[in-house]
Every structure is written in C-alpha cells, then in structure tokens.
Design a protein around this ligand. Sequence first.
Ligand code: ADP
Length: 216
Amino acid sequence: MRIILLGAPGAGKGTVAKQLTDLDGSVQISTGDILRSAVKAGTELGKKAQGYMERGELVPDSLIMEIMESRLEEPDCKKGFILDGFPRTIPQAEALKKLLKKLNLKLDLVVDLDVPREVVLDRLTTRRTCSNPECQEIYNVKSKPPTADGKCLKCGWKVVQRDDETEEAITKRLITYNEKTAPLIDYYKKEGSLKTISFTSSQEIVNGITGAIKKK
Ligand code: ADP
C-alpha cells in the first residue's frame, strides 16, 4: 500500500499506520517520529527543528522535504509506505507529487481521519509515549496505560508525556492544523484520491481503508 493519512493531531494516524503496516509489510513513515529522534540525538536537523516543535509550530517545508526525499528512496519502502503526518502543507503536497513522479510511484489512497475536537483534545492530554526512539509506542493513561511504574510494555523504557503535549502547545497544534493542513483535504478531493473516514475504532478504519483500495 502507498497511503497518506491526514487528520488532526490525536486523530489516530499513528495507531492506524502501525496496524496497516502489519498487513502487508509496508513501512510507517512519521515525520514527527523522525524529528523527535533527531532532537534526541542532537543532530543538525534536530537542532533546527526543536524550537518549532516545542511551540507546536510546523518545521519549515525545506527541512521536511530534505528528510522525505532520502527516506522514500530507502529500500524498505519497496513494499509500500504509510505517510503519517506528511504532507502537512500545500507546498509539501506539491513537492511530494513531483517526488513520486520522479520515483515513478503512484499513491493508492489519501485518507482523512475525521475525529471530533473533544475527542482529540482528550486524547492528546492523556497520551503518553515511550521515550525509546526505536520504539515510540503510544499509551493512554485512561485506555492503554503503561506498567504501574510508568514503563513501556514492549521495551521497558520510561513512558513520558511529549514536550509538545502541554495545553498551550496542543491548542497551537490544533490551530496550525486547521490553518495549514486542513486545506489538503480539498486539495486531494480535487485530485480524486480522497477517502474520509469518520470517527470509529481503529480496526474499522483499517477495514475501511483496505476495502477502498480493493474497490479501486
Ligand atoms: P501530531 O500529529 O500529534 O501533531 P507529529 O508527531 O506528527 O504529531 O508532529 C509533531 C511535530 O513535529 C509537529 O507539531 C511539527 O512541529 C513537526 N512536524 C511533523 N511532521 C511535520 C511536517 N510534515 N511538516 C512540518 N512539521 C512537521
């Protein structure tokens, strides 16, 4: 599968992406995860991105395209990829279109996960993430808690709240989403590749996506 997942922060893109990759060996590409690992490792990219991320602003398109140009050429993308958190602006979508053309690849589907604002707000404030850059498993203090002493069930690293999951940064991320990323819904609608899926379980979302691809 070659898919783009659109949707507000907290819409469930990461969870759905992981379930999709289990189906056919495609890879999840999360620009957020790549950037967080870079910040943690203190690389040049991480240093450039950190401030924007902590404020809940978007990292400049040029940095994101640098990451994606090399990422999509890696051999593990051969079986397909689920783009989670990219593209996030119209210029990124335009640049992706050119890049896919150059690589001679076609997308199967663009999915918009449409989740009510109350749900995403609740999810973001209760979300916790494994601090192991290789794992980044997602937890929720209410519905999917880590161990009693706050450790990841998969790898044993500490489970933490992300730096951009303060109330202030969350509000900013939602505003940024509405201003910069929501216009992509119309962009892909016009291209004829969009499927909107309303708020439901992640399994139902996965079924909706695989069903829509089969129908094509
Ligand atoms: P969420 O979808 O929950 O907001 P992500 O993990 O996708 O979280 O992104 C975290 C932060 O990383 C964003 O707030 C932004 O600063 C940066 N980021 C991630 N992907 C992109 C992108 N495609 N373009 C610009 N900034 C990005």
